[in-house]
Design a protein. Structure first.
Length: 191
């Protein structure tokens, strides 16, 4: 079954999961290349996504393969945001591998192409990933962000994350230093 993606004069946002993306041959064929474009462009523009230099196509394809495999095994979730069948954002979380940490997961990346900023794409991706985590019994969803990424930190707070730690000047980008901010969303005790 093809995922419900709209087409028309006014594009509508569709948030698909890993299975929906990989079950549509057209979307799957373009997914890694489109994701690479988004990630490389954002990193080139200075985005805090964990790379100093834009990642290679192979690096992104390998990462996405790992995330899709984890999602199929119930150890992760991937969400992709499309506006009129054009990938405009992606995000994922991965369950911790250590047996004592298995009930917990890290929200690894949320990336939205620059042209789609301010349209609610990041919020929709993050909200879908939070729902996915809650539905599979994740107890605590964690993330870290660069201290100057105030927009993302504000978004995460608005969705229920709280800061639980900060490493001052921990992230090095050339001569610049940024705090590494740790946040968590604790589902334990929530109905």
């Amino acid at each position: 079954m093809k995922p419900a993606l709209t087409s028309g004069v006014t594009p509508e946002l569709a948030i698909l999961d890993a299975m929906e993306v990989t079950s549509d041959p057209e979307l799957e064929a373009r997914f890694a290349e489109s994701a690479h474009r988004i990630l490389a462009d954002l990193v080139r523009g200075g985005a805090a996504l964990g790379w100093v230099e834009p990642p290679s196509r192979d690096e992104v394809a390998e990462l996405l393969g790992h995330v899709v495999s984890a999602a199929r095994a119930g150890d992760g979730a991937l969400r992709a945001a499309y506006l009129d069948r054009r990938l405009v954002g992606l995000g994922y979380w991965l369950r911790h591998a250590r047996p004592t940490h298995r009930p917990h997961a890290d929200l690894e990346k949320i990336a939205v192409d620059a042209a789609s900023h301010g349209r609610g794409v990041g919020r929709a991706l993050t909200a879908a990933l939070i729902t996915d985590a809650r539905e599979v019994g994740i107890e605590v969803l964690t993330l870290d962000a660069r201290g100057d990424n105030t927009g993302a930190l504000c978004l995460y707070r608005s969705l229920g994350f709280s800061e639980y730690g900060r490493l001052p000047d921990f992230v090095a980008v050339g001569e610049r230093r940024y705090d590494k901010v740790f946040c968590m969303l604790d589902f334990r005790g929530q109905a």
